[in-house]
Design a protein around this ligand. Structure first.
Ligand SMILES: [Zn+2]
Length: 500
């Protein structure tokens, strides 16, 4: 070898070495070796090495780690796309808790904010703030119908909007869409949104549709009139020519229990005639709130109203008191049990509790049979309706709960199908072409978990307990969760429609 060739060889060797060292030092190249891949498609698990450099997956298959890669032994684990939570209430909390441990501990890499009609505002400013102060998770946001309604109508919202008001709301929705919102969300069981008529929602949805957005709705009723409410959401999709996402699909009162088939038939008939309607569902048969929400007509001291309210959720045995300052000895006992012990009726006890300052309750008002029927439809995905600080175990438990209980223990779903409902399904719904899959060129949002141990641990009395079994979580190729602890990276991005 001549001296010039020798020096060239040394230069090349040094260049290779420094490239390798650089990769190692910045943690920018990783290969996960020997894990079972659930790539998001729903196809069978297969053994594959996954290599990613920077924020992109570069190879999936037999490829060996390259020099300088961080190598992770994935044996016995499943590697999957990061979970996309299409219904998440963390918009206010990300500033104070950018590590978002309750979220990334579940394998969530993207939170979709602004559901149920309430969103941050202005959307452009909110997203700019998320860009300058990134969190560990990616964020996308919907424009809230109640938010724009309140901006236009002020306190005078307890009526249908006039045409000029709808036009002003539409201008706000238009601005939000230009700022990057994914669509319009509504919460029609709530105070502000509930006064809107169908055509107001159709008009605003048309604006969202013009920008390629979707309409996502907490529908007008999840109880006795569930089917009517489903039909309204579908009608909005049809008239505004917009894809529809039914939020947290459920049947929440006795009169509609065991009728999932009827709800499914309504949705599937619409899908058959070309309406693009899908849904998400949280994996719990109970909600958590204050005792007064049980009585929709708000006549808390009127025995017939209270009696109907208790009958609607299947009786006082389904109402667990979790917080009652006046009588802490009631806590974690059912309304039924306390009434029996005190030799009174559940109705009288309810009225007394409200007089004594009210109570926090957990109400078991859905049946597993319906929950299962929905989950087994291909158009139903997993969404938490939770988020940071949620006082319901779904806020810290949703995704591991599906994997541990409804895949591993109950076998409602196969593992690849459950992963599809957490990844590719919501990504397709939001038309995010580079997320929700593990394939060369995809963005490296990745979760590595143990399918034998993954499970939720959050409970109604302790809703923020973190799950187990989620080993590593990467967002944009950076490690944000490692072996039970958050890591310092804040690599979450703002996702807008322009990413498509
Ligand atoms: Zn909701």
């Amino acid at each position: 070898m001549t001296s010039s060739l020798r020096s060239l060889a040394i230069v090349i060797a040094l260049a290779l070495l420094s490239a390798g060292t650089a990769a190692q030092n910045t943690g920018r190249a990783w290969t996960i070796v020997g894990a079972d891949l659930a790539d998001g498609s729903g196809g069978a698990l297969r053994r594959a090495n996954v290599r990613f450099v920077g924020d992109r997956v570069v190879s999936v298959g037999a490829g060996a780690p390259q020099r300088g890669d961080n190598v992770v032994n994935g044996e016995g684990l499943v590697v999957a796309p990061g979970f996309i939570d299409i219904h998440n209430h963390s918009s206010g909390e990300l500033t104070g808790d950018p590590a978002a441990a309750t979220q990334v501990a579940q394998g969530i890499t993207t939170v979709v904010l602004g559901p149920d009609g309430g969103s941050p505002w202005p959307i452009g400013e909110y997203l700019a703030e998320r860009r300058s102060h990134p969190a560990a998770v990616n964020v996308a946001v919907f424009a809230g119908h109640a938010t724009v309604r309140r901006l236009v109508m002020g306190d005078d919202f307890k009526r249908p909007a006039r045409a000029d008001e709808v036009a002003r709301m539409a201008a706000l929705v238009d601005q939000a869409m230009r700022d990057g919102a994914m669509g319009l969300s509504s919460g029609l069981e709530y105070e502000v949104g509930g006064y809107a008529d169908t055509s107001e929602l159709v008009e605003l949805s048309k604006t969202a549709a013009r920008h390629g957005g979707i309409y996502m709705s907490h529908i007008r009723d999840e109880a006795d009139r569930s089917f009517e409410a489903l039909r309204e959401a579908i009608e909005i999709g049809e008239r505004a020519r917009i894809p529809v996402q039914i939020s947290h699909i459920k049947l929440g009162t006795v009169s509609v229990w065991h009728k999932a088939a009827e709800a499914i038939a309504i949705v599937e008939a619409a899908r058959k005639r070309g309406v693009d309607v899908t849904a998400d569902e949280y994996p719990y048969n109970a909600w958590s709130s204050t005792i007064t929400v049980l009585v929709p007509d708000k006549r808390y001291d009127y025995p017939p109203s209270v009696e109907k309210a208790l009958a609607d959720v299947g009786g006082a045995a389904n109402v667990l008191i979790v917080r009652h300052a006046a009588h802490p000895e009631y806590e974690f006992r059912t309304l039924d049990a306390v009434a029996t012990e005190r030799k009174t009726t559940p109705v009288e006890l309810f009225i007394q509790i409200v007089k004594d300052g009210g109570a926090g309750v957990v109400c078991t008002s859905m049946v597993d049979e319906d929950m299962r029927a929905f989950y087994t439809r291909p158009w139903v995905m997993v969404g938490s309706d939770g988020g940071i600080g949620t006082r319901h175990p779904r806020g810290a438990g949703t995704f591991p709960r599906v994997l541990g209980r409804y895949v591993r223990a109950e076998r409602w779903l196969t593992l690849p199908d459950a992963i599809r409902k957490m990844t590719a399904a919501p990504a397709e719904r939001l038309r995010l072409a580079r997320r929700g899959r593990i394939a060369a060129g995809a963005i490296a949002d990745i979760v590595l978990f143990d399918p034998k141990t993954v499970v939720d641990r959050s409970t109604f009395s302790d809703p923020a307990v973190l799950p187990t079994g989620i080993e590593k979580v990467f967002v944009s190729g950076e490690l944000v969760w490692d072996g039970g602890k958050p890591v310092a990276a804040r690599s979450g991005k703002v996702i807008t429609r322009s990413e498509r």
